[in-house]
Design a protein around this ligand. Structure first.
Ligand SMILES: [Zn+2]
Length: 235
């Protein structure tokens, strides 16, 4: 039959592991579904896609402008050189119009080329971003899988500890349990301290020999005179 303090010591081994596993589980649950790396990468890629879409549509509209200008140039030239118009004033006006259209054409062509280069560069950036995002997603999913597995292991260990704790409680009196629980709360989660070579391992203070003997006998609950924890000797 275990002594009263030994029963509490064994109970605390279980409780300490329960606390540790619960902390670990809480840490994991915070990381689960929390995609700190993924969200900014997705946002950035969305921005790139939007910018690319705008540039492409600018390019399309420039190309349409060019087509329109070319066809105007063709019809103007047709009128100018076709022989249908003979009035010198009208011909001078058509020449002026043609000059203006050609200037516009060259201007729009320059802008089209610049926009083409811009679109090409953006497509490169978009492809790179897509690869980075896919890589990040793969890493994130693998991490999530590991975390989920760890969480499951912790859950099942906690279930087992719950069973162990219920059994252990059968060996502890109500009074001892309530003293133990009060002490645990007050003493930062450690109610029972080992007494080793006359030194309380809870506060590292050396205790008188009379303490050591009483603790070894294990007939009554003995509290450390310095930190007030329950003392237990493995020897
Ligand atoms: Zn102590």
């Amino acid at each position: 039959m275990a002594s009263r303090v030994e029963a509490l010591y064994r109970l605390e081994l279980i409780d300490a592991e329960v606390d540790e596993k619960r902390d670990a589980l809480a840490q994991i649950e915070m990381q689960l579904d929390e995609n700190e790396e993924l969200l900014p990468a997705r946002r950035k890629q969305d921005e790139k896609e939007e910018a690319l879409r705008k540039s492409r549509s600018r390019l399309r509209s420039l190309e349409l402008d060019l087509e329109e200008i070319s066809s105007k140039i063709a019809s103007t030239e047709q009128m100018l050189y076709g022989g249908a118009v003979t009035n010198p004033k009208e011909l001078a006006g058509l020449e002026q119009e043609l000059e203006y259209l050609k200037r516009r054409q060259s201007d729009v062509e320059d802008r089209t080329l610049a926009t083409m280069a811009e679109v090409e560069e953006m497509e490169g950036g978009f492809r790179e971003g897509k690869e980075f995002l896919e890589r990040t997603e793969r890493v994130w999913e693998a991490t999530q899988g590991n975390l989920r597995r760890e969480a499951e292991e912790l859950h099942s260990r906690l279930m087992a500890l719950e069973g162990e704790r219920r059994e252990r409680l059968l060996t502890v009196s109500k009074e001892d349990l309530s003293a133990y629980e009060d002490l645990r709360r007050q003493k930062g989660g450690q109610a029972v301290a080992l007494l080793e070579k006359g030194i309380c391992q809870g506060c590292r203070v050396a205790l008188p020999t009379s303490f050591v003997q009483k603790v070894r006998r294990g007939e009554e609950l003995v509290y450390c005179s310095s930190c007030q924890r329950l003392l237990y000797s493995l020897a």
